[in-house]
Design a protein around this ligand. Structure first.
Ligand SMILES: O=C(O)CCC(=O)C(=O)O
Ligand SMILES: [Fe+2]
Length: 356
């Protein structure tokens, strides 16, 4: 069980990329230095550690739910597969996604549970889930999602102010009663086969599709492409610290001020590579009907930043949040790969010069 295993520690001799540590309790208290730290992290790398977020108990229970679900027979899990049409909710089998433009398959399996389905349960909004998920909808999944939404909403309120947006602008883009792609995801990656130390992407390089990701992991393997370089570096997991990052919609809303950074998952380094790797994410995504465009009319800060953007294609796609999201999912499915152009059609904001 992911929650009960004692893992070897992250190897000392493997280079890691440091993240700023942001204290959630201080943010809630309006601490100015902490808010400044969050802004620095969000504009420079787009990733930070978050401590004192108060969700650790729910996270452990979610890992139990994940373990119960992944041990179901393969055929049972496949009844809930997300399919090839661009829906994210449901089960994703190992190999169902490509990790690069040559069509190399991923090795992770995951279960995505929609916020809308969790809140409307037992009535499905988008789809149904395996019995192990249903069994924990009220006791585990709803509490985890509720708390994660609260944390991400607090962060959105702070970004709203720092971007000079009228009060409630970002909240309007993430209305609680509008259906969205927001979801919880539990990921399992099998241990690295004995003796093989070569890096192979378990989950391909990507930027996140939505607004904010609230990630919990136990083992190394997550890497970021360090801004201004073409180098991948590990982010070291720290017990009790979540890893937060921004997704494409926040880059677009902010006219490029906030960073949605490229990242990927490879097998954990050193002795950790012999273990199953489990991770858990809550993704906050804008409401389905929200058009992803820079909020230049709402904020001078965004308008000024946007004057400096040279390649505007990503900012002017005219796509709604649900179109952006479905396009990215559909074009990374292995079954849909017709060549490098399919993979490229799955891309987010990462081709921008600022994200290279
Ligand atoms: O497993 C991880 O550490 C990261 C997962 C991730 O990037 C994702 O699911 O979008
Ligand atoms: Fe991600």
């Amino acid at each position: 069980m992911p929650g009960l295993t004692t893992y070897p520690s992250f190897p000392e001799n493997v280079p890691t990329h440091p993240l700023l540590v942001v204290d959630y309790e201080l943010l809630e208290a309006g601490d100015k230095d902490e808010v400044a730290k969050l802004w620095k992290a969000a504009t420079e790398l787009g990733f930070w550690y978050l401590k004192n977020h108060g969700v650790n108990e729910e996270v452990n229970q979610m890992f139990e739910m994940g373990a119960e679900t992944m041990t179901l027979p393969y055929e049972e899990k496949m009844k809930f597969e997300q399919g090839d049409d661009g829906m994210s909710f449901g089960y994703k089998a190992p190999g169902a996604n490509a990790v690069d433009e040559t069509g190399t398959k991923d090795s992770v399996e995951f279960m995505n549970i929609s916020k809308d389905d969790a809140f409307s349960w037992p009535t499905p909004t988008h789809r149904t889930y395996p019995s192990t998920v249903d069994a924990r909808m009220e006791s585990t999944i709803r509490p985890f999602i509720r708390k994660s939404v609260e944390v991400n909403d607090t962060l959105l309120t702070i970004f709203n102010e720092l971007l000079g947006l009228p009060e409630g602008t970002l909240a309007q883009k993430h209305k609680p009663d509008e259906h969205s792609g927001s979801e919880a995801r539990c990921i399992k990656n099998p241990p690295r086969p004995g003796g093989i130390s070569e890096e192979k992407a378990a989950l391909g390089a990507h930027t996140d599709f939505g607004s904010l990701s609230f990630l919990h992991n136990r083992l190394g393997g997550l890497q970021v492409m360090v801004p201004g370089t073409t180098q991948w570096q590990y982010i070291k997991p720290i017990p009790g610290h979540a890893i937060c990052n921004l997704g494409d919609s926040m880059t677009i809303f902010s006219g490029g001020i906030l960073r949605s950074n490229l990242h990927r998952v490879v097998p954990p380094p050193g002795a950790q590579g012999q273990f199953e790797r489990w991770s858990l994410v809550y993704f906050t995504r804008p409401g389905n009907s929200v058009i992803l465009k820079p909020l230049v009319e709402e904020s001078n800060i965004v308008a000024d930043a946007y004057t400096k953007v040279v390649d505007r294609s990503i900012y002017e796609s005219g796509q709604t949040s649900s179109e952006w999201f479905a396009r990215r999912i559909r074009n990374q499915r292995s079954k849909n790969q017709k060549g490098p152009e399919t993979w490229r059609a799955s891309r987010g904001t990462e081709h921008l010069p600022s994200a290279a």
